[in-house]
Write a protein that binds this ligand. Structure first.
Ligand code: NDP
Ligand code: 8X3
Length: 252
């Protein structure tokens, strides 16, 4: 059997690109997301493009009971997970703090922080037991810098940064690697979700600007998880050449 990678949020963007990429590099893949038809489509695509085996787990990372049940339901051989990519995440809304919507805040905190923790809590013990494994957390440049209206999203990604450091400390004696990858702007469904389906507003974010694409982050993930056993990439910030910081980008 190949090595096994478990990717949350694989129906779109970075997660989808990562599933396709790892499948072509001798990983069998467990894919997760809420949109079942997209998971089925991805499973089909992976099988057309590679010889990788695919296992689909359809659950919402915010629902711990469902996370536990789904991961428990994995056949024994699929629990032998080598790499966990905690990618599922989102920004919802872009408001000043006094105008923010509580429901948006809850969705971001529940997904980006609690969801990542729920999945890790289930999978890390498998890794501890075999003293081998690699957890890759997808943070953001928003977890390194804070920008106007970013308040709660930036808070959740700063939490991912801190939790990644904490995981690394707690898991070092179990020989488990922890990598945090912090992308700048990547053209995915991210802005469409942030602007609640407003396509025009989402498209404007990338107009005249040459952003990263999902495959760029998939490349960074692949690099991180294929280093020799004694090497761990702890932290990586990946930006488009046309972006200098959270707020400074070059628009033609
Ligand atoms: P997309 O919106 O394209 O993909 C997000 C993925 O997360 C989807 O597959 C979605 O699947 C999944 N997801 C969201 N909520 C849940 C949930 N509750 N349970 C399970 N899956 C969920 O965005 P990106 O690919 O850009 O985002 C991936 C990660 O990268 C996120 O953590 C994001 O914060 C981070 N990031 C993105 C950047 C960007 O500019 N795009 C920059 C820096 C970081 P489904 O809807 O089917 O559940
Ligand atoms: C996504 C990048 O700059 O929109 O995490 O926050 S940004």
């Amino acid at each position: 059997m190949n090595r096994i990678a478990f990717i949350t949020g694989a129906t779109s963007g970075i997660g989808r690109a990562t599933a396709l990429k790892l499948a072509q590099h001798d990983f069998d893949i467990i894919i997760n997301g809420r949109r079942n038809e997209l998971l089925e489509q991805l499973e089909k695509e992976i099988k057309e493009q590679s010889t990788a085996k695919v296992y689909t787990l359809h659950f919402d990372v915010r629902d711990n009971e469902h996370v536990v049940k789904s991961i428990d339901s994995l056949p024994k051989e699929w629990k032998n997970i080598d790499v966990l990519v905690n990618n599922a995440g989102l920004a919802v809304g872009l408001n000043h703090i006094h105008e923010g919507e509580i429901d948006d805040w809850e969705r971001m905190i529940d997904t980006n922080i609690k969801g990542l923790l729920y999945v890790t809590r289930k999978i890390a013990p498998f890794m501890v037991e075999k003293k081998h494994g690699h957890i890759v957390n997808i943070g953001s440049i928003a977890g390194k810098e804070v920008y106007e209206n970013g308040n709660v999203y930036c808070g959740t990604k700063h939490a991912v940064d801190a939790i990644s450091k904490g995981m690394r400390i707690d898991l070092v004696k179990h020989k488990i690697k922890v990598t945090a990858i912090h992308p700048g702007m990547v053209e995915t469904e991210f802005s469409l979700v942030r602007f609640k389906g407003d396509k025009e507003r989402a498209e404007k974010v990338y107009q005249g600007f040459n952003p990263l694409v999902g495959e760029d982050i998939a490349d960074a993930i692949l690099y991180s998880i294929t280093r020799p056993e004694h090497v761990c990439i702890n932290d990586m910030i990946v930006m488009a050449t046309a972006q200098a910081s959270s707020t400074i980008k070059y628009v033609e």
